[in-house]
Design a protein around this ligand. Structure first.
Ligand SMILES: Cc1ncc(COP(=O)(O)O)c(C=O)c1O
Length: 371
């Protein structure tokens, strides 16, 4: 008997018990401040060094290129100010038209401060127009930001292709990997990525911890001033339990059987299409656990609440936007109408999803739709 189905893993995830285990131990026994000189501080500092090294390895980065933050929102905000302070003559920024609000809203702020923000268009499956990027980079371009995987419809961008263009044109390339880090292979150096943001809580790590990778050689300003932690760029006592939990989550998540998850994803998509649903986003090059569909003629929000009453949890869009009345800008950029957006549902599967759970989900869904 299936008791509860949490199918909203793009919003956040349940923390791995092993992550809770290591964090618990650190909070109760190894609680020193990593800056303290005594033995407890030294132990905390070693935990930090190991976690940074393990996370750097997972990205193909060097240890000193990883800076811990409170999450992708902070990292994305930092990218703008970190680069702007060092390049006062460059006032043009290219962002994709499907970015998360943490990029979009920061770009709006910079627009008010006199920057030109150029939005890179996408096709109907959500792939960015790579030729547009190439044509629009010029000597005044500060940086290009394109997310790896869209948080609502799961389309995976070809980061290497974009990174290669930016490198050839001598422009800094940033990518938001909140949805992909720990699920997909990412090689920052090989793909010519200069800056990368990610969060722990999307891969069963704790909330409130994230990272910004800054390639060695990129001129970058501090974000938070104070005691000089994180090599003087992001001050404040380090969140050692959170960071160790993050590293543990990355280690476990990278070993998950995501191929199995994508098989179950495809099974659910096929069943939903048989019901008349329309898949939005890419079919190939789609995140392993993402399903985003339109249920024609159905009020998706109503369906979400009906599913919630049955202890099945899904989303109508990104969690940060779903309580607002406005439609998500990335769905408008895809060309969806208001009517379609109101009928759309995001189902994001956990790493341990089973076929039995998928069948139960489909059974409940079919009953509700029939009603
Ligand atoms: C693509 C993307 N970027 C940024 C964020 C913000 O991450 P956080 O809330 O961990 O700061 C999210 C979270 O939903 C996301 O999916």
């Amino acid at each position: 008997m299936v008791k509860e189905l949490y199918f909203d893993n793009a919003a956040t995830t349940r923390v791995y018990p092993a992550v809770v285990g290591v964090m618990n131990e650190i909070m109760l026994a190894e609680y020193g401040n990593a800056s303290s000189l005594h033995a407890l501080g030294d132990k905390a500092s070693k935990f930090l060094i190991n976690s940074r090294a393990n996370i750097a390895r997972a990205l193909g980065a060097r240890t000193h290129e990883i800076f811990f933050t409170s999450g992708t929102t902070e990292s994305n905000n930092w990218v703008f100010s970190g680069l702007a302070h060092n390049n006062s003559d460059k006032k043009k920024i290219l962002i994709s038209s499907i970015e998360h609000p943490s990029i979009r809203e920061t770009a709006n702020l910079f627009r008010n401060w006199g920057y030109t923000i150029v939005e890179i268009p996408v096709d109907s499956r959500g792939f960015v127009d790579i030729d547009f990027i190439e044509k629009n980079i010029d000597l005044s371009t500060l940086f290009v930001s394109v997310m790896h995987v869209n948080n609502i419809f799961g389309t995976i961008q070809n980061l290497k292709k974009i990174g290669d263009i930016c490198k050839r044109k001598g422009v800094i390339f940033h990518t938001d990997c909140a949805q992909s880090f720990g699920k997909l292979k990412i090689l920052v150096h090989d793909w010519n990525i200069d800056l990368l943001s990610a969060s722990a809580h999307k891969i069963s790590g704790p909330k409130g911890v994230g990272l910004l990778y800054v390639r060695e050689g990129v001129k970058f300003s501090p974000f938070i001033y104070g005691g000089g932690q994180e090599r003087g760029l992001r001050s404040g006592t380090e969140n050692v339990p959170g960071i160790v939990g993050f590293a543990k989550a990355v280690e476990i998540s990278l070993k998950e059987d995501w191929n199995k998850v994508s098989e179950i994803r495809d099974y659910i998509i096929a069943e939903l299409e048989n019901l008349g649903c329309k898949l939005i986003g890419a079919r190939d090059n789609r995140l392993c656990n993402n399903i985003f569909v339109i249920f024609p003629g159905i009020d998706a929000e109503k369906l979400l609440y009906q599913l919630s009453e049955k202890k099945i949890y899904v989303s109508t869009g990104s969690a940060c936007d779903s309580k607002k009345e406005t439609e998500d800008k990335s769905l408008i950029a895809l060309g969806l109408s208001s009517k379609e957006i109101k009928s759309s549902l995001r189902i994001s599967l956990p790493a341990d999803v089973t076929r039995k759970e998928a069948d139960y989900f489909l059974k409940v869904l079919k009953e509700l739709i029939k009603r």
